[in-house]
Design a protein around this ligand. Structure first.
Ligand SMILES: C[S@@+](CC[C@H](N)C(=O)[O-])C[C@H]1O[C@@H](n2cnc3c(N)ncnc32)[C@H](O)[C@@H]1O
Length: 282
């Protein structure tokens, strides 16, 4: 038999070997297994843990020591103020992508269109971008596509959780292969890591996140070379394309926008001041 506090100290020491966020991760794992709020952990220091609780905590620690990301163990990642179910079939939504959602929503508001605004999200993954936009958009519909059936299943679960089933449509498509309509806004956070960078990634990313969601060919730009020229065809007049990119890719991507005939091509920065988002109008 062990107290909650004793277990907390034990798992902090173990997590310390794999992450700098060991204190946070230990608390998150305990809160998840014991179904407690963080404050309750403090108030329940002397609680004796049951064998069942200890087994569940140990199983999660074992996974974490194997470098499975915490989010895949708790099956949860917060994004744009919403909780998303995540598993090994989808990229864990990153905080920088919230800036992309913010900009798309801001732009959508300026359009003030009488008709329902249409938005296409290419590579939905967990549905983070589509659902965050759908949740905050007064009048509009988001279509999300992905080549991965398993990712689409996750996006459907999240759309139901957030009550936006009527405002989103998901279907399988290899980029624009099965897309038949034009949209006012196209947005995408495509795979952009150069394949040679695999060895530089943390094991949590390299060994556990889907490679389909990560890698964009030798220089990371394969998807942009396909997506940008095709996007022109699937945008309404004055439609706009917003893309997320890697930390050093915006100049090459702006050129691809210009070569494809986009106007008013520009970029904006993430919260660390890195020019990461590129946009242009048809
Ligand atoms: C970087 S993840 C982005 C996921 C999500 N939008 C987000 O921001 O968290 C890229 C997504 O693109 C999808 N994908 C990869 N190749 C694709 C293709 N050819 N056509 C459509 N989607 C693709 C992957 O399955 C993955 O879900």
């Amino acid at each position: 038999m062990m107290t909650l506090y004793g277990k907390q100290k034990e798992i902090e020491n173990k997590l310390n070997t794999v992450t700098n966020a060991w204190l946070y991760e230990a608390k998150t794992i305990l809160c998840h297994v014991l179904e407690m709020e963080p404050i309750e952990l403090v108030l329940s220091k002397n609680k004796m843990l049951s064998n069942d609780e200890v087994e569940k905590i140990d199983a999660m620690i074992k996974g974490r020591l194997q470098r499975i990301p915490l989010q895949y163990l708790t099956k949860n990642q917060g994004f744009y103020g919403l909780d998303f179910y995540v598993d090994e079939h989808v990229l864990i939504p990153r905080p920088e992508t919230e800036v992309l959602v913010e900009k798309v929503l801001k732009y959508a508001k300026t359009l003030n269109s009488k008709e329902e605004l249409t938005i296409l999200d290419i590579g939905v993954g967990s549905g983070a971008i589509s659902i965050a936009i759908a949740k905050r958009l007064d009048k509009g519909h988001v279509t999300g596509i992905d080549i991965s059936e398993q990712a689409l299943n996750v996006a459907v679960v999240n759309a139901k959780t957030h009550g936006v089933e009527d405002k989103v449509t998901f279907f399988k498509s290899d980029l624009f292969e099965n897309v038949t309509k034009c949209y006012d806004i196209i947005v995408s956070n495509p795979p952009y890591i150069p394949v040679p960078d695999l060895s530089t990634l943390e094991p949590e990313v390299a060994d556990h996140e889907p490679h389909l969601a990560l890698f964009g060919g030798e220089d990371g730009l394969d998807f942009y070379r396909r997506l940008i020229p095709e996007a022109v065809v699937f945008l309404n007049e004055s439609g706009i394309l917003f893309l997320e990119a890697g930390h050093d890719q915006f100049e090459a991507i702006e050129k691809l926008f210009e070569i494809s005939g986009f106007k008013e091509v520009n970029h904006f920065e993430d919260l660390n001041g890195i020019p990461r988002f590129i946009y242009g109008k048809r």
